[in-house]
Design a protein around this ligand. Sequence first.
Ligand code: ZN
Length: 166
Amino acid sequence: MAIRNVVTEGDEILRKHCKEVREITPRLKETLQDMLETMRESMGVGIAGPQVGVMRRIFVAQPDPYDEDKVYFMINPVMLEMSEEKEMGTEGCLSVPDMVGEVERSVRIKMEATDINGERKVYDFEGFDARVMQHEYDHLDGILYTDKCSNLRDAAFDEEDYEDEE
Ligand code: ZN
């Protein structure tokens, strides 16, 4: 596995629509594993194809950094349902370094995707997991959380607040 360079905001790659994966090749699997490694290296919980310059409908997510068994390799994901019930939550993005903001997302979603072994599955996600999936899914259509967020701010401010509380 190898660490890939992460594309940052301002690069038009992040604004393009990704194409469907036609075949799960060894090269695609290697790309997905590299994405996982790159995501972990950067302490992220998700990473999408365009963020490493791969314009395919793929993303990797591990919503709980402490649960390494719960890694999702999503190939050609399709959003089947999004709850009308929404909630605000804080998000950041590896492509928008050192920033965070509040984004309204559906509380529950149903998503269909092919996994790294080529098996098509339907997933139900809720809460933070659902948030991560919606964020990554948006990347495949050239959408960044900064398009939807309020109170975009330097993440360091939040850390200062936290220190004050101690
Ligand atoms: Zn992102």
